[in-house]
Design a binder for this molecule. Sequence first.
Ligand SMILES: Nc1ncnc2c1ncn2[C@@H]1O[C@H](COP(=O)(O)OP(=O)(O)OP(=O)(O)O)[C@@H](O)[C@H]1O
Ligand SMILES: [Mg+2]
Length: 327
Amino acid sequence: MTHNSDFAIVAEGLRKRFGDTQALDGVDLAVRPGTVLGVLGPNGAGKTTTIRILATLLQADSGHATVGGFDVAANPADVRRTIGLTGQYASVDEDLTGTQNLVLIGQLLNLSTRDARARAAELLAWFDLSDAAGRVAKHYSGGMRRRLDLAASLVGRPSVIFLDEPTTGLDPAKREDMWGVVRSLVGDGSTVLLTTQYLDEADALADEISVIDSGRVIAHDTPDGLKRVIGGHRIRIRTNDAADVQRAVGVLTAVGTSAPEVSARNTITVPVADESVLTPTVERLAAEGIGVSELSLHLPSLDEVFMTLTGHTTEELPGSTSKGVAA
Ligand SMILES: Nc1ncnc2c1ncn2[C@@H]1O[C@H](COP(=O)(O)OP(=O)(O)OP(=O)(O)O)[C@@H](O)[C@H]1O
Ligand SMILES: [Mg+2]
């Protein structure tokens, strides 16, 4: 039994059906205060539906959830005061400027005009939008809109923040900036639930990850724990010379826990027991006179984790319909 007071967000057995689609099929989540939960899943997995229920925008068919200790069904107003919600699709007013949008929200949250202006300026600077503060939102680029939308959700300094695919559509530099913002929010004590289809994003930001597929949580672990599910570290090398590949395979066979795999461009990968075999590997390669242009020790990617857990990659959906074999 989960003690709801120990968690900033709890969901137990959430189910939601839309017509023929069982969007959520019993979702369980628990997020400790001041941590980041990454909810990872492909298109249609149920990420947005989960957030909409937690944010009181949608009612579950069954199951229950609390946010900041408040029941989402029984005390939606208290939940709304606790959260910041960033929709997957921007929710700002297109005809208002960046500043006007944020000041308006501040005023709706009962900030004085002066405080609302100060908060707007602070957030616009934080999201690198100060130069665009006086322009109407409809003239913003997609990435600027995403950032304004996120800024809008933070005006009221929420203690629990839902971010639905916060970096979708951002270029790599802005994506890194957004990661920095998420880290600052958590550094200030906020709890963050973020959904993502980017495995590296969950790995980089989340304390724990729930992998969701077809409306169900199919795995919950730390990023490293998840990666360990499909084996420990791997060593990958690339020989300078194609003629050295066979001898290199011999070296990696000696240090690995199973047979090395040879892939394109003289690349050889082998699972190893732990990090300590890296040095002996380098020494043996040197002793054999095998030159390498690449040598790395890494955990399996989350993409590989997803493949192991679901039998399909994140790009490839299980089927065009989810109707199954209902009698
Ligand atoms: N209002 C709705 N009416 C009908 N079906 C819906 C509705 N909202 C969601 N669905 C369906 O429920 C399932 C889960 O949708 P959801 O939006 O939660 O997925 P998601 O994980 O957020 O996907 P994406 O990565 O594409 O945003 C999908 O099959 C979707 O088509
Ligand atoms: Mg979604």
